[in-house]
Structure formats: structure tokens, C-alpha cells
Design a protein around this ligand. Sequence first.
Ligand SMILES: Nc1ncnc2c1ncn2[C@@H]1O[C@H](COP(=O)(O)OP(=O)(O)O)[C@@H](O)[C@H]1O
Ligand SMILES: [Mg+2]
Length: 234
Amino acid sequence: MPENELALDLLLSGDVEIEGRMPWSSNATFLVNIRRGEHTAQAIYKPLRGERPLWDFEPGLHRREVAAYLLSEAMGFGVVPPTVIRDGPLGEGSMQWFVQGDHQEHYFTIFEKREDLHDQLRLMAVLDIVANNTDRKSGHCLLGYDERIWGIDHGLCFAAEFKLRTVIWEFGGEALPEHAIAPLLRLVQAVPLEIATLLVDDEVAAIQERADWLLQQGEFPIDESGRRYPWPLV
Ligand SMILES: Nc1ncnc2c1ncn2[C@@H]1O[C@H](COP(=O)(O)OP(=O)(O)O)[C@@H](O)[C@H]1O
Ligand SMILES: [Mg+2]
């Protein structure tokens, strides 16, 4: 992964060519090649037009993909690949940096084998609670060749009503990481404008409520109901 500035620049202004549709994707999710001068990259393009209508989310899930990236950056976590909104071959959509990595690995295998990466998984868990992620499947955690954990597929985040669904429950009852505290406090004070403009007012207020709630808990929540899992799990 290059510097964020470089990646964002290429994602925003490179020429886009569709390479193919991603297997297993529920919406129209495309792998694309981006080129500008001698710079090339692969990205994941999700056009608004390809979205399957949902009863519980308004159209425009691509905006939530970008909001999740901006939230991860605002919190200083760096667990979401650079993501922008732009016009593409199939109209407006999200364009996200494609994570080069071992795509056999996902949350469960990473948790099992890579204790050295658990701190990154903890940050992902904090992000998911604040973003109210309704779909943190195991396969929505990637392991990059850069030895970083990257979260993907954040279209179903930021509902105003609390409906967290995630596979990441292993840290339940543990104290929150020290460096999650200041970012949470900042959110309670204010949600960055660039995030707020992508959501409706209730959803912005709910970000602050969840951040506040998490701070008051002081630890990762435990799923008492045992039901806050996405389906399928991977
Ligand atoms: N940024 C990314 N980098 C690498 N692979 C990705 C990225 N985003 C998505 N993918 C791959 O594409 C698949 C479908 O993408 P996903 O975001 O889950 O789409 P959908 O909204 O259709 O579920 C993922 O399971 C993953 O294998
Ligand atoms: Mg998915």
C-alpha cells in the first residue's frame, strides 16, 4: 500500500477499466484497473446503480464505505483501505484500494495463528462498534502482504439503531486499548464534517452515542444474546 495521499489521488483521478465482477459478491462489485501515467493500481468499484435494494438501508451504500474509511483515519486506526467516491464506468460509486494479500486468510484464521496482529483486530473491533457494523464477516478482514489487517465491505454500517453484527467477540470483557480512548473522546465532542456529510443527522448523533457508551463501558462488550453474528460467518 502506498502513502494514503498517493493512493487517494490515483483512486480519484486515474482512468478506470473494469476487469471483472467479484465472485460471491451480493451487490455488483467490480475489480478494476486504474491507470494514470506510469502509475497503476487495482481497486474495488461498487457503483450505486449495482446495489440490491434493502429494507433497512437507504440506497447509497457506497457513501458508507467511504465514511468507514474516513472514520478509521479520523481515529488514527488505519484499518480500512483508502476509499473514495467518484464517477466510474457504471456511474457514481465507491472506489477502494485493492488489498494485495493472502486471500485464504480471514478473521478466524488470523486470530488463531497471528497473535502478533491481535492489536490490529482490537482496533477493528472498536471501529465496528462505533461504526455500528452490521456485517463484519470473517472474510471482511483481510491480511495484506504488508502484514496489516484490512477491513472491507462497510456498506452496512452507521445505522442509527444499534445493530452490531460481527464475528469479533474474542476480546469481550477486556479493557479497551489505551490508544482508542482519545479518538473516542474526540468523536464524542464532534464527528468530522467530511463524515457527517455522508450520513443523516440521526446517524451522526448515533456515532457519538456509541463512542460515549463504549468509553463508559471501558471494555469490549460481551454478546450476551449470542446472536450478534453475521450470516454467513465467513
Ligand atoms: N479492498 C479490497 N481488497 C481486496 N479484496 C477485496 C476488497 N474489497 C472486496 N474484496 C473482495 O471482493 C469480495 C466482495 O467484496 P465485498 O466488499 O464483500 O462485496 P459485497 O458488498 O458484494 O459483499 C470480498 O469478499 C473480497 O474477497
Ligand atoms: Mg461482502
